[in-house]
Design a protein around this ligand. Structure first.
Ligand code: ADP
Ligand code: MG
Length: 273
């Protein structure tokens, strides 16, 4: 993709708009009285509209920092971040963010947790309700609209968090180890659902994960980062079709080649999975 590209929002049929994410020679340094930490250095990446990019790397290499830069929650020390062609200079409202912990309000039902997004953004209520119903159906939460967080399993809580993040149809979805706290089987189900949701919304996704197989199963490209200061070691093109059956994908040569390459790069024979 050309570096100066400014046409940034494309609207796939039946889906929301998707934006480009451009990172140009980023560096982030944290300074305190006790120490200076260079969290990221020389990070450049162009993410196409609607592309799914996974980011893997050792703890502390700056993955969460990278997502926060895209969201405008942190500022770069040098370089620049562009979202939808616009330079990111402060907190962005046109993103969805999902964290490892669902962070739901205990006193609100699933539906009212999802609608919180609409209240914060003052979305018209009929539109928000329609979109919430659609997302609830899409994530298999039908019948649990009135359940409170303590009545939901970890997987269901993350589904609610995902619906909340997607309610305002953000052109970019940021996910920071969203399934890290789930058991293996639930995680597989969530992976399958996320693949389906990504295909139907058409949104651009940046996913941070510790699971190599999750990264390869979900992404178009996997960014492998080095230990701190985080730089991009290699970007792997997965080369699988967008629609991916879980079991079938895991057996495919492209899947095995990509996971093997990433494992080599991370030097993680068994530690990461
Ligand atoms: P990762 O998500 O890859 O585990 P982070 O992005 O959270 O890594 O952190 C990268 C590095 O920057 C770590 O060494 C961390 O301690 C440091 N760091 C992150 N946020 C801050 C901050 N607000 N102040 C100082 N240091 C920070
Ligand atoms: Mg992190």
């Amino acid at each position: 993709m050309p570096k100066e590209q400014t046409t940034t929002v494309s609207v796939p049929s039946g889906g929301v708009g998707a934006a480009t994410v451009q990172l140009a020679d980023l560096a982030v340094r944290f300074r305190s009285k006790k120490r200076d930490v260079t969290a990221l250095s020389e990070v450049s990446l162009d993410v196409a509209p609607g592309e799914f990019v996974a980011i893997v790397g050792p703890s502390g290499c700056g993955k969460s920092t990278l997502l926060k830069l895209v969201a405008g929650l942190l500022t770069v020390s040098s370089g620049e971040v562009r979202l939808g062609g616009e330079r990111v200079t402060g907190p962005r409202h046109d993103i969805g963010y999902v964290f490892q912990r669902a962070a739901l309000l205990e006193w609100r039902s699933a539906l009212r947790n999802i609608l919180l997004q609409a209240e914060i953004r003052r979305m018209p209520s009929a539109r928000a309700r329609g979109r919430a119903d659609e997302l609830i159906r899409m994530t298999g939460l039908t019948g649990f609209e009135d359940a409170y967080p303590h009545e939901l399993s970890g997987g269901m809580q993350q589904r609610v968090a995902l619906c909340r993040a997607l309610l305002h149809e953000p052109p970019v979805l940021l996910m920071d180890e969203p399934f890290g706290a789930l058991d293996a089987l639930t995680r597989e189900q969530m992976n399958t659902e996320l693949n389906r949701i990504w295909r139907s919304t058409g949104t651009t996704v940046l996913l941070v994960t510790h699971s190599i197989s999750e990264a390869v199963y979900l992404a178009d490209r996997v960014v492998v980062m080095s230990p701190r200061p985080g730089t991009i070691t290699e970007i792997i093109e997965v080369g699988l079709p967008a629609e991916r059956d879980y079991a079938e994908t895991l057996g495919r040569p492209e899947f095995r080649a990509a996971t093997a390459r990433i494992r080599d790069l991370l030097g993680a024979v068994s530690a990461q999975e």
